[in-house]
Design a protein. Structure first.
Length: 210
């Protein structure tokens, strides 16, 4: 995982959770780290704006400035964006009849940045950083519910939302930036899987010790 930045030495790579804790970064100085963290903050602001405008869960954000200028690729790895297999709305519902809405960038910018910033600072209930989490979630299958059991049904732990950022110095490096973004996404999903496995194991350990 840590070797990924060395595979793309001309690019800037950064992976963090929504609380801006860096998980992987190519920054070699505090200045570079602050710049990449600022980009992550802006990306989370855009993510919050999309939610406020009822645009759903954005998956990727690309910012281009033309030939000879930097290119920014942002990937959102939000477990909440995964479709629920248990929910199948009827064809007559609004989910199938509502047309897609195109919203200009200036409308996104009009959304209160202060509110969006507060969203990023507020510790989410299910998206804590793997290294900072103190919760002990339980799995649904660890103990079969019975009529005599007074415990609440256990829920599977939810992985934290992660944000991957790749910055290319010029538009000519955009193809390499896309390849790096794909690899960074794989790393992020592996981090999420490991986090869920650890939290699930903690749940079993808590059950046995109790």
């Amino acid at each position: 995982m840590t070797s990924l930045p060395y595979q793309h030495p001309t690019l800037s790579l950064h992976l963090s959770d929504r609380n801006l804790h860096p998980i992987l970064t190519s920054a070699h100085s505090n200045t570079q780290l602050e710049a990449l963290t600022s980009l992550a903050t802006t990306s989370l602001t855009a993510h919050s704006a999309a939610h406020r405008l009822a645009l759903g869960h954005p998956q990727r954000l690309i910012v281009e400035h033309g030939p000879g200028h930097p290119v920014l690729l942002t990937t959102y790895l939000d477990p909440a964006a995964a479709p629920s297999p248990k929910h199948h709305p009827a064809p007559s519902t609004a989910a199938h009849s509502s047309p897609a809405v195109a919203v200009p960038v200036d409308e996104l910018a009009a959304v209160s940045l202060a509110d969006a910033a507060s969203d990023t600072q507020e510790p989410p209930k299910h998206h804590e950083s793997p290294s900072k989490s103190k919760s002990r979630p339980h799995t649904r299958d660890s103990v079969a519910p019975s009529a005599k059991s007074k415990d609440k049904p256990r829920k599977n732990p939810t992985a934290p939302m992660l944000v991957g950022i790749v910055v290319a110095n010029t538009a000519e490096e955009a193809p390499e930036a896309r390849r790096a973004a794909v690899r960074l996404e794989r790393v992020a999903r592996e981090v999420q899987r490991e986090w869920v496995a650890e939290e699930r194991e903690r749940g079993y350990d808590t059950d046995e010790s109790g």
